[in-house]
Design a protein around this ligand. Structure first.
Ligand SMILES: [Ca+2]
Length: 354
């Protein structure tokens, strides 16, 4: 009897020891997270949630949880997106983050809904030295160079806009930057593509803004059909509203200015009227993975038509295609969480490009 008792006690002690070890390990990871290496590809200027998403990414970078390798503005129709990206990066004390842009004008929102030109040209207020897309490096030259210099399978590529940037990368040829063509470079260096786009509906083809509209359809189809590593489609943020959180921030805050200007354009609304948060969800998932506000819908595949939208299928399941959804009833939690992060003062001092 005594023998059995001491055996059970010994087992409990071992389990407790392992549990304490696990707790220490997860706490250590929490305290010293290795930053997620990010390329952030956006249709900045079309909607203020891109601004919120980049602000969120900077907040994670301030906490040591993200490293922003590059920002890409892959929608050229309103050619001042790169300027706003530079203004945001400068505000957060990271004016040297490389910015790439698409030089064409066949993709993207044709309407400047955020006074993008005015914001990008207001360099005395925001300190940016990129104004027009042509001031930024060509997008594929930049993505190829950034990827070539990273360790294998280490980069997370986020798209919160259209698919022209990631398409151009995928079809790029070997060159003086890398002997690998785009497909091989992606296979070698990118761990995952995380996108805001597509649908979880099984009964119709969704013509969503990022994947199907604004000239993106054919590029989306190619990328979705040929993307050689993991792709995660994130759906959510539709009823997560932000704007009020920015009211206490200083007037020189580009995030606040962009939300204010976009809301004013959208029917003379103010920060109190707020704006939804699609794009922030991709950044949130990229850095934090599955949290109590997100559900893993599992593997499947995204069907894309050239000009007919996308549709998610659960079968046959492809382990390189995954759908993540916001859990219902979590809007307020996310509003508070995102709101604190995007309104927080930058940890680095504002400085101009070296
Ligand atoms: Ca966007």
């Amino acid at each position: 009897m005594l023998k059995i008792f001491s055996k059970i006690t010994g087992w409990i002690v071992v389990m407790l020891f392992l549990f304490v070890l696990w707790q220490c390990a997860t706490q250590k990871e929490k305290d010293n997270p290795s930053p997620v290496k990010i390329i952030f590809d956006t249709d900045m200027g079309s909607d203020c949630d891109d601004v919120g998403a980049l602000a969120l990414l900077h907040a994670y970078a301030d906490d040591g949880r993200a490293e922003i390798l590059a920002c890409i503005y892959s929608s050229g129709k309103v050619p001042y997106g790169a300027g706003i990206i530079d203004a945001i990066n400068t505000y957060y004390g990271r004016p040297d983050i490389p910015i790439g842009a698409y030089y064409g004008d066949d993709i993207g929102d044709p309407i400047d809904k955020m006074s993008a030109e005015k914001l990008a040209k207001d360099t005395s207020a925001f300190g940016n030295d990129i104004i027009h897309n042509f001031d930024a490096e060509e997008q594929t030259v930049l993505t190829r160079r950034i990827l070539a210099n990273q360790t294998d399978h280490s980069v997370t590529y986020i798209t919160v806009g259209h698919t022209k940037g990631i398409y151009d990368l995928l079809v790029s040829k070997a060159d003086s930057i890398s002997p690998l063509d785009g497909m091989e470079l992606v296979k070698r260096k990118i761990k995952c593509w995380i996108a805001i786009g597509g649908t979880d509906q099984n009964d119709y083809y969704n013509l969503d803004w990022n994947f199907a509209r604004n000239g993106a359809g054919p590029y989306t189809k190619y990328v979705i059909d040929n993307w050689p590593v993991k792709a995660v489609f994130v759906l959510g943020g539709m009823t997560v509203f932000l704007g009020k959180c920015l009211k206490p921030t200083p007037p020189g805050n580009i995030v606040r200015t962009a939300y204010r200007d976009w809301l004013w354009w959208w029917g003379k609304k103010t920060l109190d009227d707020q704006r939804l948060s699609w794009d922030l969800m991709a950044v949130y998932y990229a850095i934090e993975g599955i949290t109590p506000t997100l559900r893993n819908e599992g593997y499947g595949w995204m069907e894309a038509r050239e000009n007919g939208g996308t549709k998610w299928h659960k079968e046959p399941a492809d382990s390189n295609r995954q759908l993540i959804k916001q859990i219902g009833g979590t809007d307020k939690i996310l509003e508070e969480y995102f709101g604190k992060l995007i309104a927080r003062a930058p940890k680095l001092e504002k400085k101009n490009r070296r």
